[in-house]
Ligand binder design. Structure first.
Ligand SMILES: [Zn+2]
Ligand SMILES: [Zn+2]
Length: 560
């Protein structure tokens, strides 16, 4: 490894995933401030919610690094969860750097790139588990961890100014069922060698004890499924292949055949098979075959545990799924956790299932049918004990998680700690850890397939319309600005009242618009814009009087 030059610095720069759980996008920079070389670790998405109507996918804004795209040496993906790889296909055209991933992640990534038409340009280098490779001044080594998806990797990043352990997502599962256990030896060796900084998962920093093992979940599911009568549906994350495998084996033990419902179940099963997993299970039934099987010989493994409206389980609950029906006497097991923000859709989904007579089994009333994939406090303490970093840099958490993690690391005698915000450029070396710059960061919304700015007009107008309704005002004028027809006003999403029917309200608004138009001076009447502004103002003012709100007003001037 080359020696550090005088003005070299090692920096960590999160552009997503610090102060939020989702859209992880981490950068490491090395070199003098005017000529840094960068590696990207993970490039994930987060999901929209009630505040982003019509926007399901949200990306981290790459503006800062896009300007330095030629200095990106590579994009390394730790594992295949959407919050770590989901943005690659969206943002790769702006970064155009080589991709590095282990085989399972590479399989899923390749599919995404193919769907985006980028397969030929975006090259993925497959790195074996535990593999080493170098990107400029960064010597990288993958460290096998356990999580809730195959092939979770931590990353040892060795540089002339010190070594960073970037954990990615992890827990310490003594029996993960698929894949190896946590490579304790590699982490201890790294600790012996000296770890400058550990950039670490904070998701479960408030939870005492340990996350628990997939093997225990298998035992609990086998017992529960063995006791059930009628049809059984199990909802879990498709990416948790060990869980999928456990459910399939529990079904087989109970004399049930399995049917996968939902696109991502099939996608993940294919990805698992591509790396040699789940190859010894009985053939999966198609939905058509399953529909003809006796009720107590079938188990449906479904997507939609988070209440996603278009996912399999939601359609089953609504009775709109073409092949899969659940009803009285059937059971549905949620082998999943409630992701914060999804409480309402999940509750709605469970109410709809219960209303149809389906018995529900959730982690709340049946502890043991789910475990988290992230480290609880005992596991965090263990990792700090193994790695012994000089600096703790918590990521993968909301503000409260990161600050709790800082306090936790301090209690463990980690000498320095720093909880970054997205956009904080953190100098790890030389000198004490310090935020030396703040760079642009933010979010981009995928709106109807188009990447748009976070505060773009379309979503702002949609939100405004959703809260306040819409009025359209149209008027036809002749060449000299005299009214030929209208103004006519129509309403969308505004309530009516018996005492003041909608027709009357529209007539009154039209009258206001006409008055405003007639008050315009001759020259102004030549200008469509002046007319539109005047009518819009008058209608908004009257709306305030009628409804107490200001709807979106859309005006049209037609010249005849
Ligand atoms: Zn994650
Ligand atoms: Zn993950």
């Amino acid at each position: 490894m080359a020696k550090a030059k005088n003005d070299d610095e090692l920096v960590f720069l999160p552009l997503g995933g610090s102060n939020e759980i989702g859209m992880n996008f981490n950068l490491y920079g090395y070199g003098p401030a005017h000529a840094r070389k960068w590696i990207v670790v993970d490039l994930g998405i987060t999901f929209g919610d009630q505040t982003t109507p019509g926007v399901e996918v949200i990306l981290p804004d790459p503006e800062f690094i896009e300007e330095h795209a030629k200095d990106i040496l590579g994009i390394v993906l730790t594992h295949a969860h959407e919050d770590h790889i989901g943005a690659v296909a969206w943002l790769w055209p702006r970064l155009r750097s080589a991709l590095y991933a282990t085989p399972f992640t590479a399989f899923l990534l390749r599919e995404k790139l193919r769907d985006a038409g980028l397969e030929a340009e975006a090259q993925i280098t497959e790195v074996p588990l535990g593999g080493k490779f170098s990107l400029g001044p960064f010597d990288l080594e993958l460290i096998t961890l356990t999580h809730s998806i195959p092939e979770p990797n931590g990353l040892a990043i060795r540089t002339p100014l010190g070594t960073v352990l970037h954990t990615g997502d992890w827990k310490i599962d003594p029996d993960p069922l698929l894949g190896s256990v946590t490579d304790e030896g590699a982490i201890r060796r790294l600790g012996d060698e000296g770890v400058l900084a550990m950039v670490c998962d904070s998701t479960n920093v408030f939870v005492d004890g340990v996350a628990g093992s997939e093997a225990d979940v298998r035992t609990a599911l086998t017992k529960l499924i063995g006791d059930l009568k009628g049809k059984v549906a199990v909802a879990c994350f498709a990416s948790n292949v060990a869980r999928m495998d456990s459910v399939i084996r529990a079904a087989e033990a109970a004399g049930r055949r399995v049917c996968l419902v939902g696109r991502s179940m099939h996608r993940m099963a294919a990805a698992a098979k591509s790396v040699g997993l789940m190859n010894d299970i009985k053939p999966i039934l198609s939905e058509g075959e399953a529909a003809h099987a006796p009720a107590d010989q079938i188990l449906y493994l479904c997507t939609g545990s988070q209440g996603e409206p278009r996912a399999a389980l939601s359609r089953i609950a609504d009775g709109t799924h073409p092949q899969v029906k659940l009803g009285a006497g059937d059971a549905c097991i949620f082998s999943s956790r409630v992701i914060p923000g999804n409480e309402v859709p999940i509750r709605n989904l469970q109410n709809r299932l219960a209303d149809g007579g389906v018995r529900l089994y959730t982690e709340r009333d049946h502890p043991g049918i789910h475990v988290s994939g992230h480290p609880c406090r005992d596991e965090l303490a263990q990792m700090y004990h193994w790695a012994r970093p000089e600096i703790a840099v918590p990521t993968h958490g909301e503000r409260r998680h990161l600050l709790e993690h800082v306090a936790f690391a301090r209690d463990l005698q980690v000498p320095q700690q720093l909880a970054p915000r997205n956009g904080d450029m953190v100098r790890l070396a030389p000198g004490r850890v310090e935020i030396i710059d703040e760079v642009p960061s933010g979010r981009l919304y995928v709106d109807a397939g188009v990447v748009t700015p976070e505060n773009g007009d379309a979503l702002r107008e949609r939100r405004h319309a959703a809260h306040n309704g819409v009025l359209t005002v149209s008027v036809a004028l002749d060449g000299r600005g005299r009214i030929v027809a209208g103004p006519q006003v129509r309403a969308l999403g505004l309530p009516t009242d018996e005492d003041y029917p909608m027709d009357e309200a529209m007539d009154d608004l039209a009258h206001e618009a006409e008055g405003a138009l007639k008050r315009l001076s001759g020259p102004d009447r030549e200008l469509d814009e002046a007319i539109e502004t005047a009518m819009s103002r008058a209608v908004k003012k009257a709306s305030q009087r009628i409804w107490g709100r200001r709807p979106v007003v859309e005006t049209t001037v037609l010249r005849i």
